[in-house]
Design a protein around this ligand. Structure first.
Ligand code: MN
Length: 758
């Protein structure tokens, strides 16, 4: 990373090359100390004038600590290094910030440039101050190389997101402002680089935070290095104009004051010529001639309350002829960055147009210091939690209506400034990702092929797990391999961006169809069971096409595959199916028909076909054909692939063998008979007998006498005059079946009666 911030170029001051180091007393230091002390006194004056800080004891301590820490370091202009943090602290005090901010401004370079650590600062001055200093230090590490507009916007956001505490941004502004003020001592390339960065990153941030005074100064200073010719052209034009209209500003100011006195309005009047960069923008951006610019001269009338603003406006318009269409009421409709004032342009008595801005003192402070001013007014001195501070700033920013600002703010939501995280590619491009994003999100944001082939990721040069959560300012590098086997399903739980999620799903969709069908089907059926939707609906000829159409697939396998790769959610799919079922049921009822699934007793919430499946209501239940259980049998349920739960006897040989297989073991679930069922259950018995005439007739007679219904009967002759008879009957329960079997056993020639499936 490029850490060479401009105020730190003197880190490598060569030691005096004397073989015998001179004793400290002989160094020419007294002047230096006096200079520093003088500056410190100036700081205290600003503190008393602009802040609510009562005691400067801790500030003095921070100053002395920083002075010691920077020791003999010098700035490019040859002054002691401490003059820079002192100057930054003055700017911070002028903004009206709190004690911690002023201290942090004094200490803002010690962690980066001296052996002092975060812990040292925290121990001496508290964690609050240390955290701010640390924050400013981090911002210094943001790299800036000339970029496209989108990248620049991301850089601005990254800076704000990294700051977390708005005071960090404000101190960084002060730091940058002082560096720009002393830019003349830097090399030409450095001047250009820092000016461009200031113009593109810092001035826009200052503007959005409403810090007009700092913004204008940053812009003018940057312009001086970015286009010295243009700058001097305007400077000269302004000077010539002033010479030509000698005394104009003074005369006009006096006239305004007189008029205010007559009207009995207490006010302050200020005059100035417009800042060079705004004239520059009008001349070169809007191709206006210097003489066309109406607001080269600007006057400001500052009053105590809003009512007076409108009184002043009336007086000004009596005094001078207003230029039509130039009146703007930013009091009624404040600018997005909180700016409030009345603006009007009038023609002076000498035919010179000028602008008048009318505002209250509070509006004036806000106009100059923006967020910083509100910090002071709204937040008092101290004592509020960060949460509240953030909430307030967020609120402030979110009430702005300007679309540009809206866009800006919508990206600064959570945690003061971030539901986004900004990271660098190894080439220094900025990527914006959702907060909580991992290297997987990053890889897919570059290209899906990068994501699909990622084998390893580095953050700030160190290898990290894929679950690593990226932080603002991280440099992320992805290592790919052409032999990578592609993303893993777990990645879907690690990614935060929908872009990455979609690309991973795409891959699974393409690469793993068979696997997707199996996993998707299992998920689907589990969800059907959970929501107690009978799977028979899929075998209903009317329902199936409508269901497929509703979820936009052409075949069931496509549906399973989609669920498998995550394109469809199982839950939503089942919800859709339920909706469709309701529609079909309604029309079917009108026609007196029953859909397939309606043959189930859906009204009985618990038992279906006399079976209670543990933990699942209303699922489809069928009785296995292999062992045909009846009430009284010990039973167990098997979750089938697609046809609900199939009921077996615990002594069924299929159950015994299936439960041994690991792949199927988990599909066996507990079921029991619902008590008090009156239904008949189908079951089969096998009879072997020595064949004789009338055997089948006799057996049928026995069953008939017992009032047992016979559904089917087949008889086969076996070898050696044997007969095998298979009967399917319907009984209420095992007891009834037992009686029937005993009676059959008593029929002459019958050797064995047993149930099917054993
Ligand atoms: Mn600095």
């Amino acid at each position: 990373m490029d850490n060479s911030d401009i105020d730190r170029v003197n880190q490598n001051i060569p030691e005096p090359p004397s073989p015998e180091p001179a004793p400290a007393e002989e160094q020419p230091v007294p002047d230096v100390n006096a200079l520093c002390e003088e500056q410190y006194v100036r700081l205290e004056a600003s503190i008393h004038q602009s802040t609510q800080i009562r005691s400067t004891e801790r500030i003095r301590a921070a100053y002395e600590f920083a002075r010691e820490a920077h020791g003999m370091q010098l700035r490019k202009d040859g002054s002691p290094y401490i003059t820079h943090p002192l100057a930054a602290a003055v700017i911070v005090a002028e903004m009206g910030l709190d004690e911690e901010s002023v201290m942090a401004a004094l200490l803002h370079d010690v962690i980066e440039d001296t052996p002092v650590t975060h812990e040292d600062v925290a121990r001496r001055f508290g964690e609050d101050v240390a955290a701010i200093v640390e924050g400013v230090t981090k911002l210094t590490k943001i790299r800036y190389t000339s970029k496209e507009e989108e990248q620049v916007e991301n850089l601005r956001k990254m800076l704000l997101a990294m700051a977390r505490d708005i005071r960090v941004v404000l101190i960084k502004m002060a730091d940058r402002l002082h560096n720009m003020r002393t830019m003349e001592y830097q090399s030409a390339p450095k001047q250009l680089e820092k000016s461009r960065e200031t113009m593109e990153i810092y001035a826009p941030i200052a503007h959005r935070l409403g810090m007009q005074k700092i913004k204008l100064e940053l812009e003018d200073l940057s312009l001086l290095y970015l286009d010295p010719v243009g700058y001097h052209e305007i400077e000269t034009a302004l000077r010539e104009r002033e010479e030509k209209n000698a005394g104009f500003m003074e005369r006009t100011e006096a006239a305004i004051r007189r008029r205010m006195d007559e009207a009995g309005i207490t006010c302050g009047v200020q005059s100035r010529t417009k800042d060079i960069y705004s004239i520059y923008r009008k001349m070169f951006g809007k191709s206006m001639e210097f003489d066309e610019i109406m607001d080269i001269y600007a006057f400001r009338v500052i009053v105590d309350d809003i009512a007076d603003c409108y009184n002043v406006l009336g007086c000004i318009h009596e005094l001078y002829k207003p230029v039509p269409g130039r009146f703007k009421d930013y009091i009624g409709t404040p600018k997005p960055n909180m700016y409030q004032s009345l603006h009007t342009t009038v023609i002076g008595t000498e035919g010179i147009p000028f602008e008048v801005q009318i505002r209250t003192w509070e509006m004036h402070r806000t106009a100059e210091y923006g967020i910083a001013a509100h910090w002071k007014y709204k937040d008092g001195i101290q004592g509020r939690g960060d949460e509240e501070k953030f909430a307030w700033i967020r609120n402030l920013l979110e009430t702005q209506e300007d679309s540009d600002a809206q866009d800006f703010i919508s990206n600064l939501k959570v945690d003061m400034f971030a539901d986004e995280v900004f990271v660098f590619t190894p080439h220094g491009d900025v990527k914006s990702l959702p907060a909580g994003a991992t290297p997987i999100d990053f890889a897919y944001s570059i290209h899906s092929a990068i994501g699909n082939r990622m084998t390893c990721a580095k953050v700030n040069g160190r290898i990290v797990p894929f679950s690593h959560v990226l932080q603002n300012g991280d440099v992320v590098e992805v290592i790919t391999s052409s032999t990578s086997r592609g993303p893993s399903r777990d990645w879907l739980t690690l990614v935060k961006s929908s872009e990455a999620r979609n690309k991973i799903r795409q891959w699974f969709k393409r690469e793993r169809r068979e696997e997707n069908i199996v996993t998707g089907r299992a998920a689907f059926e589990a969800e059907m069971r959970r929501q107690a939707v009978p799977l028979t609906v899929l075998s209903d000829e009317r329902a199936l096409p409508r269901i497929l159409e509703r979820i936009s697939v052409t075949a069931l396998d496509d549906m399973y595959a989609s669920i498998g790769y995550g394109g469809l959610s199982a839950q939503k799919t089942v919800n859709n199916i339920k909706d469709e079922m309701r529609l079909i049921e309604r029309t079917a009822k009108k026609q007196g028909l029953n859909p397939v699934w309606a043959s189930q007793d859906l009204k009985n919430a618990k038992a279906v076909n006399g079976i209670i499946v543990e933990g699942i209501d209303n699922c489809l239940v069928k009785f296995s054909h292999c062992c045909m259980p009846v009430p009284g049998d010990e039973i167990v349920g098997f979750i089938t692939r697609g046809y609900g739960v199939s009921i077996h006897r615990t002594d069924c040989k299929n159950y015994a063998s299936s439960a041994e297989r690991e792949s199927e073991r988990d599909r066996w679930i507990k079921v029991r008979w619902s008590p008090g069922e009156e239904d008949l259950y189908q079951t089969s018995i096998a009879i072997s007998a020595a064949d004789r005439d009338g055997l089948v007739m006799d057996i049928a007679t026995v069953l008939s006498s017992l009032k047992v219904k016979v559904d089917a009967l087949t008889a086969r002759n076996g070898p050696g005059g044997t007969a095998n008879i298979y009967i399917t009957i319907r009984v209420h329960d095992k007891a009834e079946l037992g009686i029937a079997m005993a009676k059959i056993m008593n029929v002459r020639n019958v050797k064995e009666v047993k149930r099917q499936g054993t």
